[in-house]
Design a protein around this ligand. Structure first.
Ligand code: ATR
Length: 270
């Protein structure tokens, strides 16, 4: 039996265990997926211990996505983003990947959203970095708006350095930026457990596709207002799903049972 797991702190409410176990059950894979909650300063040590114990793969979430870079060989995308959310422990050294980025692309493809034109990413933390590189690597122009403009400036410089096209902005530029945009990604935590939106309602329009990384609630205020404006909406559960789909496929080499994984997630979300 193979053991996979999630490293995070806290992990009590994670939806990854039921999502992955639904996939194992559907395909008859002899595996288990368990949550590990090491102390917040012990991320690297936890990866090394898992490798010693023969754990096959790990997902990584808050607060360890940067810390574990020291315990793995990151692939090019994870190194540029500066964060790892999926580790393959089957090789020595373990390899680190970022399926938050590839998962966003697959969530967009699932909704027939073209990876082209101009995108606005709100947020420049870990989720914002993954979104910006994921889109820029497809040739999308990325405008990055963040409360702390310095972080948007650093991220835009890193994207431009790796061959992409990005520009930094303050949040109050969102109205102007969105007028010419095809895609909007909320990569801030605004809207999580609160009925707030990071984007002025008047800036939303029907030519936009709007993606929210927040999935608690599934229908955030941003997505509700975007739908009312006629935009295509992609909720955060799709991003959660496809980062898991990508991790499953990397670990097992098999096509993931996307519908079974999606059903397991949606049954646990409102
Ligand atoms: P994650 O890894 O989930 O991206 P993070 O690195 O803590 O988490 O980043 C959170 C993002 O949400 C940041 O872009 C943050 O803006 P700052 O860089 O200015 O901190 C943004 N954010 C959080 N709360 C916010 C708020 N109330 N208004 C605007 N942006 C907010």
């Amino acid at each position: 039996m193979d053991v996979y797991g999630l490293l995070g702190n806290p992990v009590a409410h994670s939806l990854s265990p039921p999502m992955h176990e639904a996939a194992y059950e559907r395909l008859g894979v002899d595996a288990r997926y368990v949550s590990f909650e090491p102390p917040v300063d012990a991320g690297q040590q936890a990866v090394e211990s898992a490798a010693t114990l023969g754990v096959a793969g790990l997902n990584v979430t808050i607060p360890f996505k940067r810390d574990v870079l020291g315990a793995v060989e990151p692939d090019d995308l994870a190194a540029r983003i500066g964060a790892v959310n999926t580790i393959d422990l089957g090789s020595d050294p373990p390899t680190g990947h970022n399926t938050d980025a590839t998962g966003l692309r697959r969530a967009l493809e699932h909704h027939d959203v073209a990876l082209a034109g101009r995108a606005v990413v709100v947020g420049a933390g870990g989720a914002g970095r993954a979104a910006a590189f994921a889109l820029a690597d497809e040739g999308v122009h990325v405008d990055i708006a963040n409360r702390t403009v310095r972080k948007a400036t650093e991220l835009a410089a890193a994207v431009n350095e790796s061959g992409g096209e990005a520009a930094p902005h303050p949040l109050d530029a969102l109205g102007d930026l969105l007028a010419n945009a095809d895609l909007l990604v909320n990569a801030t935590s605004v809207g999580m457990e609160t009925d707030r939106s990071p984007v002025p309602r008047a800036a939303l329009h029907g030519r936009l596709a709007v993606v929210d990384a927040v999935y608690t609630p599934v229908e955030t205020r941003l997505l509700r207002e975007a739908a009312a404006a006629g935009a295509t909406t992609v909720d955060g559960a799709w991003m959660l799903l496809y980062q898991g789909v990508e991790a499953f496929e990397r670990w097992t080499g098999r096509d993931a049972p996307v519908t079974a994984m999606n059903d397991a997630l949606r049954a646990r979300l409102d």
